[in-house]
Design a protein around this ligand. Structure first.
Ligand code: FDA
Length: 531
């Protein structure tokens, strides 16, 4: 390794050479705001310890020319760039690394978050440093009947989220966020500013999860972040929603037939009208009727694109086992439904969407893994899941099921890099949360989660065992610690995330960044690195 002061000094000189005012947006470890700036968008406290590898410096560009200078100087001085938008990366790769000796800087896009909504054309330009909450707020300020089909947690950043896909309550009606990107502004490894017309389809496909040219444009729409270039802004297609939608929550414990209802849910959920989206959270809770005992709770959260009068008779006809009642439901605007599912009180102002300080897990550290279910899991399968959930404490581990079908089944697997389409009934996220400090505690929870994942094997997709790129999981494979990739090795985790789109992503990467400048522990490697 190199010592930290020397590359930093030379890097700074390089920046100043390009732009004499630039040093005001560079934070070194000696700067009194370095730690608070770094921590302010660490969204997984697991990567906020003294042992976590830290960047040499944080760079907060205010204009695109700053990013061009950062790329030129980083290349010249061999400092790796980790770009951060919202900081929600599950493995912390936007601000850290598994490699303690790596010299890297964080290019934090927090100041690039302008959003321009154009109602007549039903489109918006949104910069990558904006959050989902800021986007939804900006859309709602213009129209109650327009929305964007992306994720359900307000502080998630548009940069990473759309680069990996991005799903939420509108996926059965309108697909995912990356499906609804119509143009993008990207800075490539040469420091050039590209848009769809100048990049070609492949880059665009890739950044939505792949390549610019249409190849780069294909690649950036789901092919994973920090790989093909730095996305500055997305032009997105807004989608129509009714002025009133209905959000409902129904909880059932084992004593209230949770097993049978969840089992039945699998047979109806992907066939319901596209206006209904379901998420089911399964975890262990204190038993409400028996002291000092636990039970399993299934929490059915649904969003219906319409009023309650239309929803209740439809659910009575198609999914009577749930026993949905009016009192389980509330009518609201679509933007408010984001706050509802994020757990805000019902009377919260829409401005809560703008709060960048909220945390989904508080001080709890977490790890997530993902799966896709194509055949209903039998009752006995769920009974084994309940045993696993009972092994960990109350509210420390769980599964989150998200309904597929509808529009998701109509989009071809190769349309963008995100490949999880027809044939999936639902997506599963397996999660563990813990507040205890230290490696030993963490290992206990991680081993529990890996055991649950192992248990799920017979019930989920195979060859490949599919996974969602935005629920990054380094257990399924990775590049070297400095991000050095190898095609063969990468193909195993790459086909889990991208299925048959992986090879096209490699081709785009090889074309747009052959020296693998943009990289991390799970970025697509170029073919030249196949040694
Ligand atoms: P972050 O800044 O950490 O970036 C993630 C990756 O993209 C990193 O590799 C980073 O280097 C790269 N990157 C960031 N900005 C880039 C840019 N401008 N150009 C190129 N590369 C860039 N997902 C979902 O689909 N639906 C949901 O509802 C949720 N909800 C949710 C809640 C919570 C609490 C968390 C922690 C996560 C989610 N997610 C999610 C997962 C989320 O979509 C995923 O973590 C995204 O990659 C986060 O994007 P950020 O910009 O916030 O992360």
């Amino acid at each position: 390794g190199v010592t930290s002061s020397q590359p930093y000094e030379e890097f700074l000189q390089c920046l100043e050479f390009h732009d004499s005012n630039i040093t005001s947006i560079v934070y070194t470890r000696a700067n009194s705001s370095f730690s608070s700036l770094l921590e302010s968008s660490i969204r997984n406290p697991r990567f906020d310890t003294s042992a976590t590898p830290k960047p040499l410096l944080i760079f907060t560009p205010r204009q695109i020319s700053h990013i061009e200078s950062a790329i030129r100087c980083s290349r010249a001085h061999r400092i790796q760039i980790r770009v951060r938008s919202g900081g929600h990366d599950y493995e912390g790769l936007s601000y850290s690394t598994i490699s303690p000796s790596l010299t890297f800087l964080v290019l934090d896009l927090r100041n690039l978050r302008a959003i321009q909504v154009d109602v007549p054309s039903k489109t918006a330009w949104a910069q990558a440093g904006a959050t989902l909450g800021e986007l939804y707020y900006a859309i709602a300020a213009e129209s109650r009947t327009l929305a964007f089909p992306a994720g359900m947690w307000p502080t998630v950043g548009l940069g990473g989220h759309i680069s990996g896909g991005g799903y939420g309550s509108l996926l059965r009606k309108h697909g995912i966020a990356a499906d609804n990107v119509v143009d993008a502004q990207v800075v490539d490894v040469e420091g050039r500013i590209l848009d769809r017309a100048s990049m070609g389809e492949d880059l665009f496909w890739a950044i939505r999860g792949a390549s610019m040219g249409e190849d780069l444009f294909w690649a950036i729409r789901g092919g994973g972040g920090n790989t093909f270039g730095i996305v500055i802004a997305w032009k997105i297609k807004l989608v129509p929603v009714p002025a009133t939608v209905t959000a409902c929550t129904v909880t059932r414990t084992l004593e209230q037939n949770a097993t049978e209802i969840v089992h039945r849910w699998q047979y109806v959920v992907d066939k319901l009208p596209n206006d209904v989206f379901f998420m089911v959270v399964l975890n262990s809770v204190a038993n409400p009727v028996q002291a000092n005992a636990t039970t399993i709770q299934a929490s059915f959260n649904s969003l219906y694109l319409g009023g309650i009068e239309g929803l209740i008779p439809m659910m009575d006809a198609k999914f009577p086992d749930l026993g949905l009642r009016r009192e389980n439901c509330v009518e609201m605007s679509w933007a408010k439904s984001i706050l509802y599912f994020a757990g805000f009180p019902l009377n919260s102002p829409l401005e809560s969407l703008l709060d960048r300080t909220i945390s989904a897990t508080g001080s709890a550290k977490f790890k997530g893994k993902s799966d896709y279910v194509k055949e209903p899991i039998p009752i006995s399968g769920f009974e084994g899941i309940w045993e696993k959930l009972k092994e960990v404490g109350v509210q420390t581990g769980g599964l989150i099921l998200a309904s597929y079908g509808g529009k998701m089944s109509e989009i071809p697997e190769s349309s963008i890099p995100f490949p999880h389409r027809a044939g999936n009934i639902y997506q599963v996220e397996e999660v563990a949360f813990w507040v205890e400090d230290g490696v030993e505690a963490a290992d206990g929870y991680l081993n529990w989660l890996r055991g649950l994942y192992e248990y799920m094997t017979p019930y989920v997709s195979k060859n490949p065992r599919e996974a969602y790129a935005n629920y990054r999981d380094l257990d399924i494979g990775r590049n070297g610690g400095g991000g050095e990739g190898d095609y063969r090795r990468a193909r195993s985790w790459g086909s889990s995330y991208y299925k048959n789109n992986f090879d096209r992503l490699v081709r785009v990467k090889t074309a747009v960044d052959p020296a693998n400048f943009f990289r991390n522990e799970q970025s697509i490697p170029p073919l030249s690195s196949w040694r």
